[in-house]
Design a protein around this ligand. Structure first.
Ligand code: SF4
Length: 329
């Protein structure tokens, strides 16, 4: 591991001011420390943000929920307001990692975790995300866990977060502070597709700090499901995951939200597929039509084409579960 300096400011403005161009903020460290130990990340400065006043969970004036960036994943998952109004978020968080990791990982850090592409972690192999311009080892390599949507020949990695998939379906927003002031980024615009800058996972500025995540009032607590398909029953990243949220008018669908994990460089949504369901009966046939539309244009690689049909079936299952209300408390 490289040498680095360390500071622990008490205020957000100090933390932003202290961060150098080659430094990093650290909260739970559940991903960054691994990256440093593997020499994938080599910051020469760590600004520890754990003393910042970002641990609140409170109701907003609009009736939504404000979750401070330092609130632990487990605290969010078991918070009574989250369990009651946003159980989709609880379910997604509890599907991720292990209890120990959830006790350490922060809300902000969860959004910023890096891909689990094997080549990204192996500094002996080419990887455009780790070393821009070096190539992509996964394109013709072991790409079973990789993307089938939104990728290009620069990078075919997927974003690993479960929490982010639920936040995308719930249309949360990310509050950030930086040298230029504060701003709010909708979840749909927070993570990026690889484009020609695969080393950038998000639209967060280099010196910007996530201060909170905000949920709108609508939580879809009656009709929701988070379906995660993975190689092991626990402590494994998603091959495919689906966050489904429905608002029903009798047997018909009023509003549908569907976000996918494990298939792209960001949580994947397609408004046309959600619009297709609006006003229609909650039937398997309609769910399959939405799944086909969501996965339109999907393209697999040597080892991961199975994800395309797997994702379609997971979408139908998640929507069927959501419509049945089986998860409502
Ligand atoms: Fe690197 Fe992305 Fe290729 Fe993986 S898929 S090797 S992260 S460029």
């Amino acid at each position: 591991m490289n040498r680095f300096s360390y500071s622990k400011p008490q205020q957000v403005t100090d933390a932003i001011q202290q961060l150098s161009d080659t430094g990093r903020f650290i909260a739970g460290g559940t991903n960054l420390l691994d990256l440093m130990k593997e020499n994938v990340a080599r910051p020469d400065q760590l600004v520890d943000i754990n003393a910042l006043p970002l641990r609140e969970i409170e109701t907003t004036q609009a009736g939504g929920l404000h979750i401070g960036a330092l609130v632990k994943n487990s605290t969010v998952a078991y918070h009574p307001d989250v369990e009651r109004v946003y159980p989709l978020l609880s379910q997604a968080i509890l599907a991720g990692a292990s209890a120990q990791l959830r006790n350490m990982a922060s809300t902000g850090g969860n959004l910023l975790q890096r891909t689990r592409c094997y080549y990204f972690y192996d500094i002996g192999t080419p990887c455009n995300k780790r070393e821009p311009g070096s190539g992509c080892g996964a394109l013709n390599g072991q790409n079973r866990i990789h993307a089938v949507l939104g990728h290009n020949d620069q990078c075919i990695a997927v974003h690993p977060s479960d929490m982010a998939v639920a936040l995308a379906a719930l249309e949360a927003s990310v509050h950030v502070s930086g040298p230029e002031g504060d701003r709010v980024i909708p979840m749909s615009e927070f993570h990026r597709l690889p484009g020609d800058t695969p080393h950038l996972d998000t639209n967060l500025g280099q010196h910007e700090l996530i201060t909170a995540v905000e949920l709108p009032p609508r939580g879809f607590a009656e009709n929701y499901a988070y379906v995660k398909i993975r190689d092991r029953a626990s402590y494994a990243f998603a091959l495919v995951s689906v966050a489904a949220a429905l608002e029903l008018n009798g047997d018909n669908i009023g509003t549908a939200r569907i976000a996918l994990g494990g298939v792209a460089h960001k949580p994947w949504r397609k408004p046309e597929a959600e619009a297709l369901l609006a006003g229609k009966p909650a039937t398997e046939e309609n769910f399959r039509a939405a799944a086909e539309l969501l996965m339109q244009g999907a393209q697999g690689f040597e080892h991961n084409s199975f994800k395309i049909e797997l994702a379609k079936r997971a979408i139908v299952r998640a929507l069927s579960e959501a419509a049945s209300g089986v998860n409502a408390k």
